[in-house]
Ligand binder design. Structure first.
Ligand code: ATP
Ligand code: MG
Ligand code: MG
Length: 350
């Protein structure tokens, strides 16, 4: 069979590799992380740095198609291997999604509304930015943040020098705090022929900046924003000539959907699709990058709920199995730490 290369070695790569195996593909994981939980379930594993061009070239030559499960892979070396194997989604999607400011401007250019934002490069620009977006605000590093890391919340009267120190003096974006009733995401898949399918819109609940719960179908307060949010996500996907699964996060507000960020990949708010949809986000991502017809994204139950297992221990996870309705997913990560995503549990309701 043919070989799919996956850049990145975390749980998303692991679930992609499982879906690929089911369709008869072999996966080759490329990551600097020698304890990769994706490599555990893949046929091949290259442990090398993200910018090691000779290693990337060798990897690309061994693959028929390449994708990524981690969006912070440096783009320049990827462009250097572009003639060796097709890369889906395209590097241009990574370029945009790696930079919070580029991402917001891209969404704006397609009619989307982000939170008020301003670029911050030093203490003086932070002071200006906070005047502009007002408080409460969130300061986020422009690059590399995930699970709420690389963020500082700012209240009226906070000492901005302390905030600037807390973000490590990194180029950042200050965002006005959005008053929202709900958070949700649009998860779509775009095939090589341009066909776009959407999964049901999940309602997402975050705790301390980390996703804790996703459920579908969403309440009416979210569904009333669904058409506008989907239209924006589709325009963005088309503009990037996107292939694969694309996720856009939104806040539901009185003034319509506010765009938060996009992930050019399968997404935690879509893990419920493994059992809760006719075809999972992982399977459809593999189908899309391999040029296969896309599978039905419809709900497989009346209602689905996915809860993340953040930190915790083996005893707690085993206990979940005593309820026969629970589908338990463990990512095989060695060490459990507070704030670390160790697995998830999905329940279907009929
Ligand atoms: P992810 O793991 O989703 O990539 P991230 O580190 O990129 O997370 P964000 O999505 O920017 O972080 O923020 C995490 C959460 O913090 C959001 O889902 C939301 O709950 C809250 N949040 C972020 N920005 C804002 C904002 N401008 N207004 C209100 N809440 C916000
Ligand atoms: Mg993010
Ligand atoms: Mg987010």
């Amino acid at each position: 069979g043919s070989t799919i290369g996956i850049l990145g070695g975390g749980q998303l790569g692991r679930m992609l590799a499982v879906a690929a195996a089911q369709l008869g593909y072999r996966c080759h994981i490329y990551t600097p992380d020698e304890t990769s939980v994706a490599a555990d379930v893949a046929a091949e594993f290259t442990c090398a740095q993200d910018d090691d061009i000779p290693a990337l070239e060798k990897f690309a030559d061994a693959c028929d198609v390449i994708t990524f499960e981690f969006e912070n892979v440096p783009v320049t070396p990827l462009n250097a291997i572009a003639d060796r194997a097709p890369l889906y989604p395209p590097a241009s999607a990574l370029d945009i999604a790696q930079n919070r400011i580029a991402e917001k401007k891209f969404a704006q250019s397609h009619g989307g509304t982000p939170a008020p934002f301003a670029e911050v490069i030093d203490l003086a620009s932070l002071e200006e930015a906070i005047k502009q977006v007002s408080t409460p605000a969130i300061l986020k590093t422009i690059r590399m943040g995930y699970d709420g890391k690389g963020q500082v919340r700012i209240k009226a009267g906070d000492n901005l020098e302390t905030c600037w120190d807390a973000i490590g003096h990194q180029p950042s974006v200050a965002e006005g705090f959005v008053t929202f009733s709900h958070e949700f995401s649009v998860i779509l898949v775009r095939g090589q022929d341009g066909e776009i399918l959407y999964w049901d819109t999940p309602h997402n609940v975050h705790e301390d900046g980390i996703l804790s719960l996703s459920s579908a179908p969403a309440p009416a307060a979210i569904l009333k924003h669904q058409d506008a949010a989907r239209a924006l996500a589709a325009k963005m996907a088309e503009a990037m000539n996107y292939v694969g699964v694309l996720t856009c996060e939104f806040f539901a507000t009185a003034d319509g959907p506010v765009f938060n960020e996009m992930a050019p990949r399968v997404h935690n708010s879509g893990h419920w699709t493994i059992e809760g949809a006719i075809t999972s986000q992982f399977e459809n991502h593999i189908r899309a990058i391999c040029g296969l017809p896309l599978g039905d994204t419809g709900l497989a139950a009346e209602k689905v709920e996915m809860t993340n297992l953040i930190g915790g221990n083996a005893e707690e996870w085993q206990a979940l199995l005593s309820d026969p309705a629970n589908h338990l997913h463990l990512y095989g990560k060695g060490e459990s730490r507070p704030g670390r995503k160790m697995g998830h549990v999905t329940r279907l309701f009929f």
